[in-house]
Design a protein around this ligand. Structure first.
Ligand SMILES: [Zn+2]
Length: 142
């Protein structure tokens, strides 16, 4: 065990609901630093929040998670920790918005027909209009 890793200081973390008294490994930029598995359980990284279907919701990080990868270079990784209590569910489009967006993606900008497939985002045209335009260009070039 590396004795440097045993250095611990007492810190208080308020996650928006609970005051946690925790042992941290010091402070960086005014934020308590925790090792892997040492932070209060209501503090999660962005990745962990996302995995839980949450987003930070504009809150400032409450602490830092610092750990080293075992491979390949024992690179130190610093992740910001956010409160689950202050997090919000990931934004999801309402069903009506989804239908509207899907219809827009299936609508040809030329003939305004709603197709049974998503029109290419590059042209926003149905295949008929694309073919017609393409044919015109070939004729014009001939
Ligand atoms: Zn069309």
């Amino acid at each position: 065990m590396n004795p440097r890793n045993r250095r611990q200081e007492v810190t208080r973390v308020f996650d928006g609901r609970t005051h946690h008294i925790a042992l941290c490994r010091g402070f960086r930029e005014g934020l308590p630093v925790f090792g892997w598995g040492e932070a209060p359980s209501t503090l999660l990284t962005k990745t962990q929040l996302r995995d839980a279907g949450l987003r930070p919701n504009g809150q400032d990080p409450l602490a830092l998670l610092v750990f080293r990868h075992r491979k390949p270079y024992a690179r130190e990784t610093v992740s910001e920790l956010f409160s689950v209590e202050r997090a919000a569910p990931k934004r999801q489009a309402a069903p009506g918005q989804m239908d509207h967006a899907m219809e827009a993606r299936r609508t040809c900008v030329d003939c305004t027909r709603v197709m049974g497939y998503c029109v290419p985002t590059s042209t926003r045209q149905c295949w008929d209009c694309f073919d017609n335009e393409h044919a015109d260009r070939i004729e014009a070039a001939a």
